[in-house]
Write a protein of this length. Structure first.
Length: 363
């Protein structure tokens, strides 16, 4: 559908398509990388605070002062090294506008990665170059040299789950000393080491994180960026030219409480990591090729049945996983890590479907 009232640029846009959010029918939902556990009790207590009602009639703190202070303390940074936004996608949008719009210079990111990156490039008129991942979905940092508007990549990458060591991130930073290197750490709490430790030494490093995954607050929409003060000031200039009150009062308070509960984060992340390891081993035993992952999901290729056929058969059984009908990904499924009980149901369903396929009931 289109309209005569749309601008030419709008008509050409190909929007990002999020994972399915079903309504009604009870499903085991393993398609959007949500945390299977309830948020921190400290975060939930904020919602019961009677003072919240009075806060809602006033505009929120435009600088999110208390929230930025809590985040800064968590990473041993100064508050002026923290920027917050409505989910990491808004932070990414401001990052693309602020740092990557350079005529004649392409933004570099992998050919298989978070699919919002090319959407933002199209929205902001940013040229891009996408070095191909290896056959094992690994990133070769030597592919990110040369003239560029900047570099952005998730670590761990999505949808592969592959992880780059901090030393490799440092190599990227040295290769592009005059351009921003943005590391999207949406999944870093599930087994990787953050690049935040490099911020003081590298003025071109911007680390972007979210509370949607590791803090189980996908419904809150809160993300943040960490970097030297001059990068954060750039993001604030863009934010204050777009929406000077982006983070609502509830999100500021709930987010601060959640980030401050380090024990909850350690406990729940450990649960996800353990379940991921067990699930990967069980899938391998079912003749899946499983990509090594440091995220809260697995990218796996079923060899006994086609990926699309398995996706549809699982869906018929009330289990949602993510199928990407795209080059190099069409043989794989991305499976979010749920509770142990949910993963057992997934594995049981896979066994049942494979047995049916062996009996020629599924083609």
């Amino acid at each position: 559908m289109s309209s005569i009232f749309w601008s030419p640029d709008l008509a050409r846009l190909e929007p990002y398509v999020p994972g399915e959010q079903p309504r009604g029918r009870t499903l085991i939902k393993l398609n959007t990388n949500e945390n299977p556990y309830a948020p921190s009790a400290r975060a939930l207590e904020v919602l019961a605070d009677p003072q919240l009602a009075d806060a809602l009639r006033r505009y929120p703190d435009p600088e999110s002062t208390d929230l930025c202070a809590v985040i800064a303390e968590q990473f041993d940074l100064a508050p002026e090294q923290v920027f917050v936004g409505n989910g990491s996608d808004e932070v990414l949008a401001h990052c693309f506008y602020s740092f990557f719009r350079r005529d004649g210079e392409p933004l570099l990111f992998p050919d298989i990665t978070y699919s919002f990156y090319p959407v933002y490039c199209q929205l902001y008129g940013i040229e891009s170059r996408t070095p191909a991942l290896g056959d094992d979905f690994a990133i070769d940092v030597s592919d990110y040299c040369g003239p560029a508007a900047g570099v952005i990549l998730p670590n761990p990458n999505a949808p592969s789950g592959r992880y780059l060591e901090v030393a490799e991130i440092e190599t990227l930073l040295r290769q592009q000393p005059e351009r921003v290197v943005a590391i999207d750490e949406a999944y870093i709490d599930f087994g990787g080491d953050s690049a935040v430790s490099l911020i003081e030494r590298y003025p071109n490093l911007l680390v972007i994180r979210t509370l949607s995954k590791s803090h189980a607050l996908a419904g809150l929409r809160l993300g943040y960026a960490l970097g030297q003060a001059h990068l954060i000031e750039g993001l604030n200039r863009t934010k204050n030219s777009f929406n000077s009150y982006p983070i609502d009062s509830v999100a500021q308070r709930v987010g601060a409480a959640a980030i401050g509960d380090r024990a909850w984060l350690a406990e729940t992340s450990a649960k996800v990591i353990a379940t991921r390891a067990r699930t990967a081993a069980e899938l391998a035993a079912l003749d899946f090729d499983v990509v090594p992952s440091k995220a809260n999901f697995l990218l796996a290729r079923p060899n006994a049945i086609g990926a699309e056929a398995l996706y549809l058969a699982l869906r018929e059984r009330g289990i949602l996983v993510r199928y990407f009908n795209k080059p190099r990904l069409g043989d794989y499924l991305r499976i979010s890590i749920g509770t142990d009980a949910e993963m057992e149901q997934l594995l049981a369903a896979c066994r049942e479907i494979q047995m049916a396929a062996d009996a020629s009931q599924i083609r």
